[in-house]
Design a protein around this ligand. Structure first.
Ligand SMILES: *Cc1c(COP(=O)(O)O)cnc(C)c1O
Length: 392
């Protein structure tokens, strides 16, 4: 709950509609404005210089100063950041050109910039994240581990612990509080893309950062690439200089679409989740399906569902008895589902993680070839079930 100007508490759904729009009335606006300026007028040399200094070192534009240059600061992006931060119970957030740009900035800020180059990564992770860490491209050294091996993997030079829940593509639920406890003083970054702030707020469980591929549920319409990290102002001051130096800031048009998307986020996520429950229940009765991976239908020893995460979400994976051949038949014979990677939009998608999203993942951690992952959208669940029935 957050307080409004007349001190009435605001629920999540109200915040989703209003957060980050606090300055609009004073500007005489109702809809979100888009500022496309690449450069900004400077009041005088001294205030211009002070503004540049503040922004290049991770701060915010000083009172009476300037935004200077759009790679350092953009007001349309800043409004989206303020809105998302409130939904994530965070002090602030920092928005990037993609989820991978956000992850790259976090790795550089907490490893290269601190001299602690070791990263503990709890598997399974998004294929791109796994790939980036495995290549060591950013000068990191990684220890991949299971959720119960974090304490044993942390070293004196560990700069960051990474985890994802629900994990991709098998939707395992991981206790954030447990990983945080095992990590001691090391900051924990949770990839919250699958759960969204509607179902889970990692900072409430001790995580330092909640990261999103905003491309997925936050955008929700399959037409914008972006990333965001919700965190404390102290951590934001470490992330912003990396974003400025590496040129990774979110584009203002993308920020506009993402901010507009926040207004319907709770409605979309809950409706997609209701559809996913129906589809998952139906799938679990199908002869050709060996196993359904859906939170609530699998083991949850830490009791994450209902405590850390308020609902199962809208992602389902299935393992087919017919293996790869059956996966090939299903993904190419559906009509309402689109055979495509990505997730979280209003329309349903289906894909084979082993061949696509998790292709770069090393042998032993690669998903089963007969695994099929679905992102359930807003279509009628009866139509989705009929589409899958003819494909199975
Ligand atoms: C898509 C995705 C990413 C990467 O985000 P991009 O916006 O594609 O760069 C990271 N984590 C998860 C869980 C994802 O689904």
């Amino acid at each position: 709950m957050n307080a409004s100007k007349n001190d009435l508490p605001m629920s999540f759904d109200t915040l989703a509609v209003h957060a980050g729009r606090e300055d609009l009335t004073a500007l005489g606006l109702h809809a979100l404005p888009i500022d496309l300026s690449t450069t900004n007028p400077l009041p005088d040399i001294e205030k211009g210089g002070d503004s540049y200094e503040a922004l290049a070192t991770g701060g915010t534009p000083p009172e009476g100063g300037s935004n200077v240059y759009a790679r350092l600061w953009n007001p349309t992006v800043a409004r989206f950041e303020a809105g998302l931060a409130q939904l994530e119970h965070a002090e602030t957030s920092v928005a990037f050109a993609s989820g991978m740009a956000a992850l790259t900035a976090a790795l550089l800020a907490f490893t290269a910039s601190t001299g602690k180059r070791h990263v503990v990564a709890v598997r399974p992770l998004y294929g791109g994240t796994d790939h980036l860490l495995a290549t060591g491209l950013l000068g990191t050294e990684v220890t991949f581990c299971n959720p119960d091996e974090v304490a044993a993997s942390v070293r004196s030079d560990t700069g960051l612990v990474l985890m994802e829940t629900p994990a991709n593509p098998t939707l395992e639920l991981v206790s954030i509080a447990d990983v945080v406890k095992q990590s001691g003083e090391v900051p924990v970054l949770v990839d919250n893309t699958f759960a969204t702030p509607v179902l889970q707020n990692p900072l409430d469980h001790g995580a330092a950062m909640s990261m999103h591929s905003a491309t997925k549920y936050l955008g929700g319409h399959g037409d914008v690439i972006g990333g965001v990290i919700a965190c404390s102002e102290e951590h934001a001051e470490m992330l912003r200089p990396i974003r400025a130096i590496t040129g990774a800031i979110l584009h203002p048009l993308a920020a506009y679409l993402l901010h507009r998307g926040l207004t319907t986020l709770p409605l979309r996520v809950r409706a997609q989740q209701d559809n996913a429950r129906k589809v998952a229940e139906w799938l679990s009765t199908q002869e050709s399906v060996e196993k359904v991976y859906f939170p609530g239908m699998n083991e949850d020893p830490a009791g994450v569902l209902g405590t850390q995460m308020s609902g199962p979400g809208a992602m389902i994976s299935i393992r087919l008895k017919g293996g790869y051949a059956a996966a090939e038949k299903l993904t190419t014979s559906v009509n309402i589902f689109t055979h495509a990677v990505s997730l979280g939009g209003v329309d349903s998608l289906i894909e084979n993680p082993a061949a696509l999203t998790h292709r770069p993942v090393a042998g032993d951690a690669k998903p089963d070839a007969g695994l099929v992952r679905m992102s359930i959208g807003l279509e009628s669940p009866e139509d989705l079930i009929a589409d899958l029935a003819q494909g199975l």
